[in-house]
Design a protein around this ligand. Structure first.
Ligand SMILES: Nc1ncnc2c1ncn2[C@@H]1O[C@H](COP(=O)(O)OP(=O)(O)O)[C@@H](O)[C@H]1O
Ligand SMILES: NC(=O)OP(=O)(O)O
Length: 311
């Protein structure tokens, strides 16, 4: 198998649900992630990185709301760009520090990335993307009465949800490919990319694109040999969180589609990951992997994680 991989990093690689989102905590998590990336680079992999921003963009939006009497609040697309900038900066700094420690040299570049969506996407009428902090049920009820959309997120508490339209094109695709050709470690489409709609002019729109679905587009456009989704669980499970839960190892498109139809993978968490992986395998005939960050090298060698193959 070729060694060019697109990696979509889950929000947990940057901030775990129970952690306070200080800059230092997020930098330390990103530094630990970069050590895994360095292991891949040492093993000869070429990496294009994308990452989530759910906790971060939600926190930035909350800051806008809390300070709105003092400074003009920024809309969600601008908050998305802020999250790309600060997370990209932390990756660039941490990666350079990790590379230096390992006596390696590489340019590390973050690209502010706009991703095209359809303004008539039905997702705008049905918010599903959890962002920001977790709340208790009582707190969630108060926020619902203020007009927020809230859902219970995978047994971990309540979170605000916003629309998450389907990504249909990466505006900066050519620049990303040029940077990769010049041997840069590129961080692109952070937080799924800033959602924009294209008419007479390009306009930002208030939403948060799923980074796994946007990562799939990136992997397809960049002709990656493999698309890897890293999260905080070691495998995809059927009957997740029940006594009958069972992990999925190597599995074909047809086999996992049967589980999709049976409703094993929830919207807003495992659902989009499986959907993104399936889209990649079907479009390219290359494997897609869903695994935990800690076992990324084993997963790339198909020794761990859920490996979705054409047949
Ligand atoms: N069928 C399933 N198999 C594995 N994990 C699942 C499943 N359904 C829901 N999950 C949940 O999905 C979470 C990962 O999704 P999410 O929190 O969106 O990840 P990330 O932020 O890392 O992208 C896991 O922590 C797990 O709680
Ligand atoms: N944008 C996005 O998908 O973020 P998370 O992975 O943090 O949910």
């Amino acid at each position: 198998m070729g060694k060019f991989v697109v990696i979509a990093l889950g929000g947990n690689a940057i901030l775990q649900p129970k952690q306070k989102g200080t800059a230092e905590t997020q930098y330390q998590n990103i530094y630990a992630t970069c050590e895994h990336i360095a292991t891949l680079l040492k093993s000869g992999y070429k990496v294009l990185l994308t990452h989530g921003n759910g906790p971060q963009v939600g926190n930035i939006l909350l800051q806008q709301d809390e300070a709105k009497e003092v400074v003009a609040p920024m809309p969600l697309d601008v908050c998305g760009s802020m999250s790309q900038g600060f997370i990209g900066y932390m990756f660039q700094r941490a990666m350079r520090n990790v590379l230096k420690k390992n006596n390696m040299e590489k340019e590390v570049t973050t690209l502010v990335t706009q991703v095209k969506v359809d303004k008539n996407d039905p997702a705008f009428k049905n918010p599903t993307k959890p962002i920001g902090p977790f709340y208790s049920e009582d707190e969630a009820k108060k926020l619902i009465s203020k007009g927020y959309d809230m859902v219970e997120d995978s047994g971990r508490g309540w979170r605000r949800v916003v629309p998450s339209p389907n990504p249909i094109g990466v505006m900066e695709e050519k620049s990303i490919l040029q940077l990769i050709e010049n041997d840069n470690l590129v961080i692109a489409s952070g937080g799924g990319g800033i959602p924009v709609v294209e008419g007479e002019t390009l306009e930002g729109i208030e939403a948060v694109i799923d980074k796994d679905l946007a990562g799939q587009r990136l992997a397809m456009d960049a002709k990656a040999d493999s698309f890897v989704i890293l999260t905080d669980v070691d495998h995809v499970y059927i009957n997740f969180n029940t006594p009958e839960q069972k992990k999925l190892g190597k599995i074909t498109v047809a086999e996992i589609e049967k589980y999709v139809d049976e409703g094993h993978f929830k919207a807003g968490s495992m659902g989009p990951k499986v959907e993104a992986a399936l889209r990649f395998v079907k479009a390219t005939d290359q494997p897609a992997i869903i695994a935990s960050l800690n076992s990324v090298l084993d997963a790339l060698e198909h020794k761990s994680g859920t490996i979705i193959v054409p047949e």
